[in-house]
Design a protein around this ligand. Structure first.
Ligand code: PBG
Length: 328
């Protein structure tokens, strides 16, 4: 059969026909919403590099979690903006059981029903140098860092964190964390491993938001985060993390790495999450502010792209925006 018997435009003619044959759909349930937490009370400060995003004190984070839950978003992800005075070479504040992130988890878990709480395991919000681990001879030391991450993960689980998300890229850390959690009786704490996390140029605004390094400065994480020339290696990273006990895997950044998502989808049955990172989010916002694109339409297009590539969920600063658009 050929033209004119075949006309693919027939199924595109009306909205109802397009809806009927749509291969991909979005729902607020697809999103994980990151929040930046800082000290204070009823305090909200804009992250200037991320238009529309604010750092929130714990009480306001509770309100924001309620708003997300009411929009149908299943999970929030918490990131601390640690005050400079609490940072040091070893990132010891990460193991303070009353640190900002523990306060936020405890408050949200006790006050907000029916929302999952996810938190990063990594030292970068706590170290004075901004690296994800501790340094030995100017190198992030894998095994020493992993020992600290075990403790950090256990502490987060003890606070009630539902999903532990190791974002440090140390080798063997998923097995170590899983072992620690099982031995301590946290049999049902989920691990979402940042398995394929690239040494990307798109993390700048996040680092500004948590204060790990200043905007415009760079930090070289290439000895632990992945080389963006590699795809097969991402598959090896994901396979290892699944073997070591990850319940979900994260690919990060998102849009420039749709090929990795689609390759991973073809090989693994484990739920896959994409992280639309800060640089991607801010590029959308700033382009829209300049009148170059329509924020709402372009946002939904990027979300659909993640689903089409094979993601089960998307971590995005635009989660509430997208959920609102879908609902109306
Ligand atoms: C660090 C971490 C980073 C992000 C989340 N956790 C950045 C980094 O590796 O320096 C970036 C998220 C974003 O850019 O939105 N463990």
């Amino acid at each position: 059969m050929q033209f004119p018997a075949i006309r693919l435009r027939r199924n595109r003619k009306t909205q109802w026909a397009r809806d009927l044959v749509a291969e991909t759909n979005l729902s607020p349930q697809d999103f994980i919403y990151p929040l930046f937490i800082h000290e204070g009370n009823a305090l909200k400060t804009p992250v200037t590099s991320m238009p529309g995003v604010c750092r929130l004190s714990v009480d306001l984070a509770v309100d924001e979690a309620i708003r997300a839950r009411d929009l149908g978003i299943p999970v929030i992800a918490l990131f601390p903006t640690t005050p400079m005075r609490l940072k040091n070479e070893q990132g010891t504040e990460a193991l303070n059981s009353n640190n900002l992130i523990c306060q936020a988890i405890t408050a949200i878990k006790s006050k907000v029903k029916d929302i999952g709480v996810m938190a990063d395991v990594a030292l970068d919000p706590y170290t004075s140098h901004g690296h994800d681990g501790v340094l030995l001879d100017n190198e992030v030391d894998n095994d020493k860092t992993t020992e600290i991450l075990r403790k950090q993960a256990l502490m987060l689980a003890q606070c009630g964190c539902d999903i532990i998300a190791p974002s440090d890229m140390m080798d063997g850390r998923i097995a170590a964390i899983r072992d620690t959690l099982e031995k301590a009786g946290f049999h049902h704490t989920q691990i979402a491993a940042y398995s394929a996390k690239y040494a990307s140029n798109y993390y700048g605004p996040y680092r500004d938001a948590v204060g790990s390094i200043q905007l415009g400065q760079t930090i070289d994480k290439r000895s632990y985060q992945m080389d963006f020339r590699n795809a097969d290696e991402a598959i090896s990273e994901i396979a290892l993390d699944i073997q070591e006990g990850a319940d979900m895997v994260i690919i990060k950044p998102g849009m420039p790495y749709l090929d990795i998502i689609s390759k991973a989808r073809a090989q693994f049955n484990t739920p896959l999450l994409a992280y639309q990172v800060s640089g991607e989010f801010s590029m959308l916002k700033l382009a829209a502010n300049q009148g170059l694109i329509n924020y709402e339409n372009a946002l939904l297009e990027t979300m659909i792209a993640f689903k089409r590539a094979g993601c089960s969920g998307i971590i995005t600063y635009a989660a509430c925006d997208a959920a609102q658009l879908i609902r109306k």
